[in-house]
Design a protein around this ligand. Structure first.
Ligand code: ADP
Ligand code: MG
Length: 255
């Protein structure tokens, strides 16, 4: 299933947040959305997920979700959102409850996503026993369990330290390489964007507009930390963003 954003504009009261965003997210691709703080990235993700409606324009779903999809548009947030009293396994089971699945089908899905995220040995652990990185793996496993058409990831690695972030980026690359998924991946970290994005969309500061789009053809599995081509892409992104980021920063300071 592709997602098409058709001329989306949005204001909260008198504050214009997004202006005329048109974009297609192709099935099987990770599209990274970068832009200065407050430019409307999370807002745009909420529109894609159908949690809110834009003032103008539409979000269109083209084609059908994967067979057996229980929730076509599924979120992964920065702060994991795990239930503390449920085990890893129990947190994943939660999103499968209320669907017409047999016990056997449910167990098979849980086994599959635990395996794919290398959490099998932690199935019975409680969230408080896990590091931040492991918690986010659980959140990713839980998102995969519903067979989403598109994973909407809002700064999923931003709460993690830089080593853990590296490990999780490797995991995401592995996961995608074994079984491609579709994602709109919001980040303000340009390194994440060049490591994970098939396409990178740079938004301007508020009101967010599409400032520039970049495509990176190098397969995800070949993208290494410190790769010269990726470093050049990252520098190019920073050139595009610096003035906008600075202006956005000033705006916040001046209220
Ligand atoms: P980003 O994720 O890029 O940092 P957001 O989408 O969270 O930006 O927010 C964009 C702008 O919209 C900000 O100025 C924010 O204060 C404002 N905003 C976000 N949500 C609401 C809301 N529910 N009501 C009013 N203003 C909001
Ligand atoms: Mg945000």
């Amino acid at each position: 299933m592709d997602i098409k954003l058709d001329e989306i504009s949005h204001s909260y009261g008198s504050v214009e947040v997004l202006r005329n965003i048109s974009l297609t997210i192709q099935q099987g691709q990770i599209v990274c959305l970068v832009g200065p703080s407050g430019c409307g990235k999370s807002t745009l993700l909420r529109f894609i997920g159908g949690l809110e409606r834009p003032t103008k324009g539409e979000v269109l779903q083209i084609g059908s979700p994967p067979k057996g999809s229980l929730n076509p548009l599924t979120y992964v947030f920065q702060h994991f959102a795990l239930l503390p009293w449920r085990t890893v396994e129990g947190n994943i089971r939660l999103v499968l409850e209320g669907h017409k699945l047999s016990r056997g089908e449910t167990d098979a899905i849980i086994r599959d996503v635990l395996g794919r995220t290398r959490l099998t040995d932690f199935a019975m652990a409680l969230p408080k026993q896990l590091s931040g990185g492991m918690k986010q793996r659980v959140a990713i496993a839980r998102a995969l369990a519903v067979r989403p058409a598109v994973m909407l990831m809002d700064e999923p690695l931003s709460a993690l330290d830089s080593q853990t972030r590296e490990l999780l980026m490797d995991d995401l690359v592995d996961l995608w390489t074994r079984q491609p998924f579709t994602s709109v991946y919001v980040t303000h970290n340009l390194n994440e964007a060049v490591r994970l994005g098939h396409r990178i969309v740079v938004l301007s500061r508020r009101p967010g507009r599409v400032h520039k789009e970049m495509q990176i053809d190098m397969p995800l599995s070949q993208r290494r930390l410190g790769d010269p081509l990726l470093e050049a892409k990252q520098a190019e992104l920073w050139e595009l963003m610096r003035d906008e980021a600075m202006a956005a920063d000033q705006e916040l300071v001046n209220g």
